[in-house]
Design a protein around this ligand. Structure first.
Ligand SMILES: C[S@@+](CC[C@H](N)C(=O)[O-])C[C@H]1O[C@@H](n2cnc3c(N)ncnc32)[C@H](O)[C@@H]1O
Length: 444
């Protein structure tokens, strides 16, 4: 894209280098023509949004009662189709939604203690429609200034991008983020190793909550970028001109020198004089001015759409729950911090081990999580009440430490004492009385 060009310069730049406008055949669709994702069983949006009522049991500490409503902070043990409908019925509005659904891998997932967690076997149209229906409901739940992050693998990222464009509008697409999920793969046959998954970031409107996340630059980047030193410190040299012709002062001569052809001075001449007086202009041997930009102690750089600092657990002291596909906790804290403010509501409809809920709780946000897996229900409860354990505990022992046992684990646990309720879909509650009483025991 041309930067800093005025209208006539833009018109000039837009002219094709090589003109071959005649005899283009066959004709392309018009620029206004829309792409539509089509497959059998695509439910009209109005039907997706038709109310579906469900009743719940509410578990808080030792008590179990019929729930009158679902309030934050809460974990809902249910299929999210029902859970999300109930939240819409209750007129819930969230500022942030993060979801990390099954990726259509075709696998069955177990915990580190080999307990069944969930199955990921939907394929193609069934998977796309399963996701589309839930994404339509999630859009309803988002506040006008809200954001949604869809974490997904390579299997379905292109399909979900199209689904998201259909539901949220291309104009509300913000980023397709690549996240480095692991450091190396030993066995990759006849293709490149797969080290990333993806996050689709959309907002409900152009006016959305955004707290710029940034990080301290690493020393190697600093050494490459700030290559010079003088008595004031480490610095880099940057041009004092920018693309585009200007008629005002910045397009005139400074110190008898015109800006290079097609460019203008980036600052008013008086400002350039100021820099020079402070010794912040470097003059080359040929008389070319450049500005010295010094490295400051609080130097930080905004995050890009490549996240290589949020790998999932990879060494033994990292705290985890043992739930499969548990996501990096620091990544969730960064997302919650960037796209919500304290007191806002954060929803994770495929919450698994509760990484998002934990991050939201720690950062003073309200939260609601949904998962249909019993192991997820137990893991979220245990995590939010008693914390996670170092990954080494699952690896070093001959018989792995039971995540839900109270002995010894207490010593290693981080301290979490979240105050929350568990809501259980009444049909699940009556079909799984043993699991319900186990869960109730954990909550006491
Ligand atoms: C990839 S895992 C999420 C992991 C989570 N982000 C974490 O950090 O632990 C996907 C989760 O979606 C849940 N799930 C799948 N289908 C669901 C449905 N229809 N309703 C609710 N949860 C569902 C699975 O049980 C599983 O826990």
């Amino acid at each position: 894209m041309a930067v800093g060009l005025n209208k006539s310069e833009l018109a000039e730049a837009a002219r094709p280098a090589l003109v071959r406008e005649l005899h283009l055949s066959p004709p392309l669709p018009t620029s206004e023509a829309k792409v539509v994702l089509s497959y059998p069983g695509k439910l009209p949006k109005v039907d997706v949004l038709k109310p579906v009522s469900t009743t719940y049991k509410k578990m808080y500490g030792a008590s179990i009662s019929d729930a009158e409503n679902i309030g934050a902070n809460g974990f809902i043990w249910a299929d999210n189709w029902f859970g999300l409908h109930s939240l819409i019925e209750a007129k819930t509005k969230a500022q942030l939604v993060y979801l990390d659904p099954p990726y259509a891998t075709g696998y069955d997932f177990q915990s580190r203690d080999l307990e069944h967690a969930y199955n990921d076997s939907l394929g193609d149209a069934a998977y796309i429609e399963f996701m589309r229906r839930r994404l339509i409901l999630l859009r309803e739940l988002l506040d006008e200034t809200g954001s949604i992050y869809v974490h997904i693998g390579h299997q379905m990222v292109s399909e979900l991008k199209m689904v998201m464009d259909e539901i949220f509008g291309q104009r509300n697409f913000r980023n397709l983020i690549s996240r480095k999920k692991c450091s190396s793969k030993n066995f990759t046959k006849n293709q490149y190793s797969n080290m990333n998954d993806y996050v689709l970031f959309y907002t409900k409107s152009a006016n959305y909550i955004w707290n710029q996340p940034s990080q301290k630059p690493d020393p190697a980047w600093i050494a490459k970028e700030y290559t010079k030193v003088d008595e004031k410190g480490q610095y880099k040299l940057v041009p004092v001109h920018a693309p585009g012709v200007r008629r005002g002062e910045t397009g005139q001569a400074w110190r008898g020198m015109m800006p290079p052809p097609g460019k203008h001075w980036q600052y008013q001449p008086s400002k350039l004089d100021e820099f020079d007086a402070k010794g912040e202009i470097h003059w080359s041997k040929t008389g070319n001015p450049r500005r010295k930009v010094y490295l400051t102690e609080d130097k930080s750089i905004g995050l890009s759409d490549y996240w290589d600092q949020y790998r999932d657990a990879y060494h033994q002291s990292i705290l985890i729950t043992g739930y499969p596909t548990e996501k990096n906790f620091d990544m969730l804290k960064m997302i919650v911090g960037a796209s919500s403010n304290p007191g806002d509501l954060v929803i994770d409809p495929f919450c698994g081990s509760g990484s998002t809920l934990h991050a939201a709780d720690e950062l003073g946000r309200k939260w609601l999580g949904i998962d249909q897996s019993y192991l997820a229900a137990k893991t979220v409860t245990e995590r939010l009440l008693r914390g996670r354990k170092p990954m080494g505990d699952y690896i070093k022992r001959e018989s792995p430490l039971d995540l839900f046992s109270q002995e010894e684990a207490v010593v290693q646990h981080e301290k979490t004492e979240a105050d929350f309720s568990v809501y259980v879909d009444d049909e699940i509650a009556s079909a799984h009385p043993t699991e319900l009483s186990e869960l109730s025991a954990l909550l006491r």
